[in-house]
Structure formats: C-alpha cells, structure tokens
Design a protein around this ligand. Structure first.
Ligand SMILES: [Zn+2]
Length: 495
C-alpha cells in the first residue's frame, strides 16, 4: 500500500486564524496528498468573560461566529478542491473543551453540518448518521486546561489521537519538543503513553495546528496514511483502521507489522513476528521499538554497518538573513555524472499559533510562491520563501531533500539568486558547505553533508514469543540525526 501525506488539523481566516482558505488549500496541494482545513467552531465550557481575559473570550466568540456565517461557503470551497486520485480534502471543525480536552471533528461527508454540542460524542451523535470521528489534540496539557481526560476517552469515536503539532509532542512527559505555548506545560497524566497504559486503543496522527493557513508547514507535524488509493473513501477507511503514523516534518517512509498485519491492527497470537522497515530522510539516529510502553529493542543509527550505497540524500537548506516577512529564493540545480531520483520539499508558511493583539488580519499572510519547476533526471528549478529565524534556536528556513543516484564523482552545480556553488558528492560526504549571498549580513544556503543510503535505511525482523499482558502493545519511534521524528501507531496483540 502506498504512503500518503496529509494535515488533518490546521486553521486559517475562516475562523480566528489568518490567511484565506484558498491559499491554505494551495499550500496543502504543494506538498501533501490530502488535507482538512479546520474551522474553530465552539467552546461549550469556555471560562466566563472576566477582567484580563476580554481579548481571549472576544477572539474566540468572533471566530466561532465568522465560521457559522460562512459555513456553506467553506463546505463548497473544500469540496471543490477535492480531486480523487490527485489531492483529497475532508470537512472538519473544532471543539475546545476543558471537560474532554480539545477535539477536531473530521468527516467523510461532503455536507458535514455545523452542529453544537457539549461533548465530542454528543456532537457525533447529532450528525444524522454521517461518518465522522473526533480526534483529540494537544492532549498533554494539564487536565481542565484543555489536555485530554483519558477517563472520558472512547476509542470507538476517536480511533486516532494527534501526538504532535506546533504545540509540541504529547507522547510522554519526557518526549522531545516540550509544550512551550502560553497554554502551559505538559502533564504526565494526559500523555499518549498514559492513554495506552490505561488500555485505550488508538492510532497516531500529527498535524500542524497552523493558524495562518499553511497546512503541512515543515516541522509542525504531518500524518502518514497507508491506503489503497488516494481517494476520500480509501483514506477514510485507513483512518478508521488506524493505518497511520505521525511525523514532525520529514516524510520518513515506514512499514511496521506484526505477523503481516500493518500498524494500527488488532490481532491474536502468542508468537509475534515483528517487522520494521524504514527509508528516512536523514541519517538515522535511534530507532526504539516499544512493548507495553517500555523500550523493547533499540537500534542506534551510528552503529549501522556501512554498506555500498547506490543513492545519497543531500539536503539543500535556504534562509537565515533578515527577512521576517519572507525572502524569495529562485534556485536551479544541475547534476553531472549522477541522477536525481527524488525530491522532497520542506516548505514552511509564516508561523502563527494563536491570534494576538499585534497580528492584523491579513488574507495574503501566506500567499507564498513555494514550488518545484520542471524536475528532471539531471535538473531542478524551484521558487520558495524562507523567513528570518524566529530565535537562534527556532528555524524558519526552507529546504529541499534531494535523493541522488551517483558516486563520489557526481557533481552538483547549484545557482541560487545568482550565486553559484559547485561541489562533488565526494566532498559533501566529508563536510557540509555553506554559501552566503552577499559579503556580510545576508541570506545563505547550505548543502548539508551527504547521507549514504545505508545510513538512512533500516530493515529489522524479530520474533517475540513472550506475551506479557492480556493485550501487548507494540509501537515504535524513529529519530533522525537532524531531530526529525516518526511515531508509528501501535499494534495490539492479544494472547
Ligand atoms: Zn486547533
């Protein structure tokens, strides 16, 4: 089954985010196979208006009213963007809740009605039989502070849980990417691993929760789905069956099976043949297979044995500089004595996570020109936008990941905004190469160190004949050297 990439939870100006729905759909089409664009719709137990909270209460109420006033337009624009086999869209909106934690409602139905209810379950029940699920997100916030309440979780209506987004990672209270938003810290009672420990069954997703109309924005969360076809029906079926996994940004291709059953499955067996196959986007750093929330097998990337490589991955990253509202790159790359066999885009939109009193309404905030032009076997051209890094620890760069078939003699000739660099794959295997556009205070681009195939691929098979519990839960985490992750949905195996 092919892997398709999407973003099922992100916002724009249809409610209290920024940027137009049309730009959001355009951005999604640029680097994803499917998406939903989520309207903020309701907060049944919103704290009352009180001094100091006026702005927060007001922007929520205005956003909910805006969505309601334009719901029919949103439905038709999202439906019009759906092209079976090319790019798939789903209808969606969001319920905030202190009692249940926040959820986004996702539906297969093209005419999802906007209904109001006090709980995700009551909302689904009021949809007149239309197929829909409720996905909890940013689950690891403090209980009553819009983190999940696992005691009220129901895997029948919520087959999937969002484990990563712009908010950070909710896998555990020791996971990378801690929560740093004003909504507060991560709490061990509401993490994903806590939910598994309580016996709940669900699969993993990630989505950006972007608030300025840039679904799929690199580094903020994307979901992978193993589906029969790129159609609404096939993708929906895969979501229901939890054939999903979460990534931070890089499209790390993973297969994870027990006795031939894909991730998300439930099966019964005392002898378990576990298979994990990975084709990553950067050198693998660590792969951890978990059994019942405890590391069961750990594979250290640096200990993988070098083998002859046919292909290499080279990341070309663009940015730095002084342009908070964007810098346009025009790039051109030629290869000699080698072949370009794949290109992956790591494009970002301007980052907004929640409205602020400073951010003005701007329909065009992320009307960006981010696209590949005419890729061929030895040539690639593109236009993309980078931003000044938000802090020295928070990148806002753009990048391409090139997969190249060649050897040490293969030469890359890159010309970006008129500045040329020529470097061989042999040189890039030794060291990365940075190039500035001007003598001082300028944007720069970086040809990262080349990664040979053996360092970004892995295949492992194990047999486990030691059941520990009535239901043993297997899941996996993949970490690359560049800090990008994949979290693979659990497989539930009964004795
Ligand atoms: Zn949201």
């Amino acid at each position: 089954m092919p892997i398709y990439w999407g973003d099922l939870h992100n916002h724009c100006g249809i409610s209290y985010g920024y940027g137009s729905l049309a730009n959001a759909l355009e951005a999604a089409r640029g680097q994803l196979d499917f998406c939903a664009v989520t309207g903020h719709a309701m907060w049944p137990d919103m704290p009352p208006r009180q001094p100091g909270f006026e702005f927060v209460v007001d922007f929520h109420e205005r956003g909910f009213a805006k969505l309601a006033a334009h719901w029919e337009e949103v439905l038709s624009q999202v439906n019009a963007a759906n092209r079976e086999g090319e790019f798939v869209t789903f209808q969606s909106y969001e319920m905030h809740s202190r009692t249940y934690g926040d959820h986004h409602i996702l539906s297969l139905s093209p005419d999802l009605p906007l209904v109001y209810a006090d709980s995700p379950a009551a909302l689904l029940a009021a949809l007149g039989g239309r197929p829909a699920i409720a996905i909890p997100h940013h689950v690891a916030y403090v209980p009553d502070y819009r983190g999940i309440i696992w005691e009220r979780f129901d895997g029948a209506t919520s087959p999937l849980v969002e484990v990563y987004s712009k908010h950070g990672c909710g896998m555990s209270d020791q996971a990378p990417y801690p929560y740093l938003h004003t909504m507060g810290p991560r709490d061990g009672r509401t993490t994903v691993r806590r939910g598994l420990a309580l016996g709940h069954r669900f699969g993993y997703t990630a989505s950006t929760d972007h608030h300025a109309g840039y679904p799929g924005s690199y580094g903020d969360g994307r979901v992978a789905v193993l589906a029969e076809a790129k159609t609404r029906q096939a993708l929906w079926q895969a979501l229901l069956e939890r054939r999903t996994y979460a990534v931070t940004g890089d499209k790390i291709a993973c297969r994870f099976e027990v006795n031939g059953f894909p991730l998300g499955s439930e099966l019964g067996a005392t002898r378990r043949e576990v298979m994990l196959d990975i084709r990553a986007c950067d050198a693998l750093d660590r792969i951890t297979l978990y059994k019942n929330n405890v590391p069961w097998r750990i594979i250290e990337g640096p200990s993988l044995a070098p083998r002859p490589a046919e292909t290499y991955k080279v990341r070309l990253e663009m940015g730095w500089g002084w342009a908070p509202s964007g810098y346009l790159w025009e790039g051109d790359l030629r290869l000699s004595d080698g072949e370009l066999v794949g290109v992956e885009t790591c494009f970002r939109g301007r980052s907004v996570l929640a409205p602020s009193e400073e951010t003005a309404e701007d329909e065009a905030i992320n009307a960006l020109e981010n696209r590949l032009l005419a890729p061929s076997r030895d040539h690639l051209a593109w236009r993309c936008t980078s931003f000044q890094n938000y802090t020295t620890l928070h990148p806002a760069t753009a990048a391409l990941i090139l997969e190249i078939r060649g050897d040490a003699r293969t030469t890359l000739q890159a010309t970006l905004n008129g500045v040329r660099a020529e470097v061989s794959l042999g040189e890039l295997l030794e060291a990365a190469r940075g190039v500035h556009l001007k003598p001082y205070n300028a944007e720069a681009f970086l040809l990262h160190r080349a990664v040979p195939e053996w360092a970004y691929t892995f295949h492992g098979e194990w047999v486990d004949e030691a059941p520990q519990q009535e239901v043993d839960v297997y899941d996996a985490e993949v970490r690359q050297v560049n800090g990008q992750y994949a979290w693979l949905s659990p497989i539930f195996v009964e004795k």
